[in-house]
Design a protein around this ligand. Structure first.
Ligand code: AMP
Length: 218
């Protein structure tokens, strides 16, 4: 199954993708995570994209599409994937059509007020990338990831000015993808406001996942 996770920053795509991956046993391909890893490694890609990302802007389409094209050509992506954070522009979506079909696009829907509340307290594990929140989802031990023991930090692009910029960029460049995919009959909407467990259940219903299907995917 080839799935795209769409939704504004803070809709919970990363958290939900981690849950969906555990259910569907598909690779979770997050362009944001790939860029963050490149920045942490200090490699040429990381050096090139760091400023753009810290400012809440989008990395150029050419770089991003080339990266996803190469990633989807890997053996583990041949049985399907969950694409989280890609495409983010119409040109990226059009480019994707040249190298992969898509089965469903899940639009995680959330109001702006909730987005601000979530993002302004978000923290992330430096080692495994799991998300936490200073109020809603604290780690058991402050500053330490429950899952892998890695250090927890606040992303540069989760600071207020960058959050506002990212929401603006989302509205202008990414939100048009909702209609793009709706017209193609691929879009399913999932309300991303309730608890993570409820959203996961709604996601399973929306994409038609039942236990028999999970067995087949395994
Ligand atoms: P995310 O982890 O998905 O919130 O992505 C973090 C940042 O990485 C974004 O704000 C962008 O700067 C960059 N980024 C991630 N995915 C893309 C994409 N598909 N196109 C352009 N930039 C991206």
């Amino acid at each position: 199954m080839r799935l795209i996770f769409l939704g504004s920053p803070g809709a919970g795509k990363g958290t939900l993708a981690a849950k969906a991956v555990a259910i569907l046993k598909l690779p979770h391909i997050s362009t944001g995570a790939i860029f963050r890893a490149a920045i942490a490694a200090g490699n040429p890609l990381g050096l090139r994209v760091k400023v753009v990302i810290d400012e809440g802007q989008l990395v150029d389409d050419e770089t991003t599409v080339a990266l996803v094209r190469a990633r989807l050509a890997q053996p583990d992506a041949q049985k399907g994937y969950i694409l989280d954070g890609f495409p983010r522009t119409i040109p990226q979506a059009e480019a994707l059509e040249d190298f992969s079909a898509v089965d469903k696009v899940v639009n995680f829907d959330i109001p702006d007020s909730t987005v601000l509340e979530r993002l302004s307290g978000r923290q992330i594990c430096r080692k495994c990338g799991i998300n936490y929140h200073v109020i809603f989802n604290k780690p058991k031990k402050e500053g330490i990831c429950d899952t892998c023991g890695g250090a927890i930090y606040i992303r540069n692009d989760d600071r207020e000015a960058a959050i506002i910029e990212r929401l603006e960029v989302y509205r202008e460049q990414t939100a048009p993808l909702i209609e793009f995919y709706r017209k193609k009959g691929l879009l399913v909407d999932v309300d991303a406001q309730p608890s993570v467990d409820e959203v996961v259940e709604n996601f399973k219903k929306a994409v038609g996942i039942c236990s028999g299907m999970i067995d087949r995917i395994k």
